[in-house]
Write a protein that binds this ligand. Structure first.
Ligand code: PBG
Length: 337
């Protein structure tokens, strides 16, 4: 007996359900599974290459032979798909980025190698010109340095077709040009790639969190302080993200993406609630770097922090997450089930 009068105690005690693991499990609203993970990989020329990315501890750029080993590892972990990011040698870069649609380019060879090694693994390619341009912008420039929209879209169509032809399952335009999803969709239908899916980087923000990625693929170039603000979205905007997603879905996108992740979870929630479409989040290089740095210093616990960050992205409404932590997370999820 507590010896207390009626009304002196809380009738509803939310802590009751939290007391034991079994009841915590019974009322758990969201889950994270290996099905939700996509692993981004940087690919370099050469053989037997594994070159660490300094600003992304634990992440390496790998040559195509090593990429095949990575693909086998991902399949063994149960990860459904990988996303390829080629590191273009300086001599292959140009002002117009035409290496992007070279059928024998690094990206195209990488796609074929992965599909040959592990046919069931989904292969996603990045459609944008920045790894191939000397100036590091995602498109073709006019004399003033402005990225020309429609000329760039024509280049992106060629790039996307070359990826589809190489066997990419999903092409993912990350360039933020207007009208590129519709143009790519139409060209792929006409060329016989009706089943090649499009994952649109719909709400891609002009974020400072892409710094380590640009180190990894060497695309920082001489990006001036103008950066990519004339095509990537202003971090101050939220309604505009819904307009971008609406257009990409109308134009034929199968999946949409919000990028970066943790700083933009409000956008993820709005997009999922508004459209109910397959929605993905890119937990980008800078988010990885922040967590990895604190983990390396012993300031954060790796497993619990990484899983919490990924679960938060799921809770916000994402169906899946592109994350550099995918392999580690898959390993933990496997061992805990
Ligand atoms: C290329 C592209 C970028 C990222 C993915 N595709 C960089 C950029 O837009 O500058 C960033 C991914 C990351 O930071 O992990 N358009």
């Amino acid at each position: 007996m507590s010896g207390r009068e009626t009304g002196e105690f809380p009738r509803t005690r939310l802590r009751r359900m939290r007391r034991d693991e079994f009841s915590r499990r019974l009322m758990r609203e969201h889950t994270l599974s290996v099905d939700n993970l996509i692993y981004p990989l940087f690919v370099v020329e050469g053989r037997a290459q594994r070159i660490p990315v300094e600003s992304m501890p634990g992440i390496e750029r790998v040559s195509i032979d090593e990429l095949q080993r990575e693909a086998e590892e991902l399949a063994a972990l149960g990860i459904p798909a990988l996303a390829l990011f080629p590191v273009t040698p300086a001599e292959a870069k140009s002002a117009d980025g035409q290496e992007a649609w070279n059928p024998e380019g690094l990206a195209q060879r990488a796609v074929r190698a992965v599909k040959q090694a592990v046919p069931k693994l989904g292969v996603i390619t990045d459609v944008a010109l920045d790894p191939y341009t000397t100036h590091g912008q995602d498109g073709v420039l006019d004399a003033s340095g402005y990225v020309l929209n429609d000329l760039t879209v024509s280049a992106l169509v060629k790039q996307a077709l070359s990826h589809a032809e190489a066997g990419a399952d999903i092409v993912a335009p990350s360039d933020m040009m207007d009208g590129r999803i519709g143009a790519i969709r139409e060209a792929m239908e006409i060329a016989g790639y009706a089943n090649t899916r499009i994952l649109a980087y719909s709400a891609k923000y002009a974020s400072s969190f892409y710094g380590p990625f640009r180190d990894a693929v060497g695309s920082a170039g001489n990006l001036g302080c103008g950066g990519k603000h004339s095509y990537q979205m202003d971090p101050a905007n939220s309604d505009e993200a819904l307009r971008e997603v609406a257009l990409d879905l109308q134009e034929g996108a199968d999946m949409v993406m919000i990028k970066p992740g943790l700083p933009y979870l409000d956008i993820v929630r709005r997009v999922k609630d508004t459209f109910g479409a397959p929605t993905f989040v890119y937990q980008v290089s800078g988010e990885y770097a922040m967590l990895a740095a604190a983990i390396r210093n012993g300031w954060l616990d790796e497993r619990s922090t990484v899983l919490e960050s990924l679960l938060s992205i799921r809770r916000a409404g994402a169906d899946g997450v592109l994350t550099y932590f995918a392999k580690r997370a898959a390993g933990w999820l496997k061992s805990s089930s």
